[in-house]
Design a protein around this ligand. Sequence first.
Ligand code: ADP
Length: 341
Amino acid sequence: FVTIVVFLYFRRQYTQVPNSKLIASVNPEYVPTVYVPDEWEVPRSLVKMSEEIGQGSFGMVYKGAMKSADGTHDLPCAVKTVNVMAADRDRIEFLNEASVMKAFNTHHVVKLMGVVSQGQPTLVIMELMGLGDLKSYLRSCRPDNADDENAAPPPDLKRTLRMAAEIADGMAYLSAKKYVHRDLAARNCMVASDLTVKIGDFGMTRDIYDKEYYRKGTKGLLPVRWMAPESLKDGVFTTQSDAWSYGVVLYEMATLASQPYQGLSNEQVLRYVIGGGIMERPDDCPDKLYSLMRLCWKHKPTVRPSFLEIVGILCHDVSHDFQSVSFYHSEAGVDLRVALS
Ligand code: ADP
């Protein structure tokens, strides 16, 4: 597997793929060839699109509004589109990727609101996350952006821990649903206008319902700097490897989205992490955050905390207002004394 990763790394040098990910060829056997419309289908006439938000990998994403089921009011939404020139195969892949979200209904995972698969362009309607992805949000809070009068102040420790608890809560829900994310990173978390953070991208999520783990090393994209040693070495992805990636997200929060393992090449990161290396405490990083990172970066996967335990640790450390109804954690009825013992 390491050989394949190194090969892919070198291939990347010549293909200039953005986003610090490595591209591997996709086995056509795994690409579904149909999309069957279901109860998520909404008539196109109910969806209005307004300004552009940004470019997605399949097409433009717009701000929009969708009529409520009773037709009485408009719900704000984000509308993902597929480029009209795209091949049918891409349209189907886009719809099938979005379909992963049909199985989830919890506060800290971005909600799917509907799908328009009939006619052109293909649309996927999602809960609107007004401040975009967490990585861009963190970068926009950097002091070097202070000249920009719209620049937000960096989240303080309390807010950072709250955001961390929200991400862990979304992940606890996914993990209870037996989903392994495989690509947890700040770029794949989304920030709402009120600063609530939710898990927001399922491009690489895989259902492992009746398997212990997902083991497929060479398919898709490999976000090396977020990957646990066992994922890098053996292609093993579990909820424990998601916990490792969560530790890297904490690092991103503590550094306003610095690149993890800055100064090391992807190949060096791979060797360093497989060899037992972890990142040092970032400058000015509070103890609470770094000690949680270190728990998530335990080399042995089974020693890492579960996401429910992480929410428990964060609730315990900060304040009781985390125990609000919108936390899956509180629905799960977890006894914190058990979680912390
Ligand atoms: P893709 O996963 O198709 O590549 P992205 O998730 O990268 O698309 O989204 C492209 C742009 O749209 C980004 O700027 C992202 O912040 C924005 N975006 C995606 N989903 C939402 C959403 N639910 N609410 C607000 N903005 C969104």
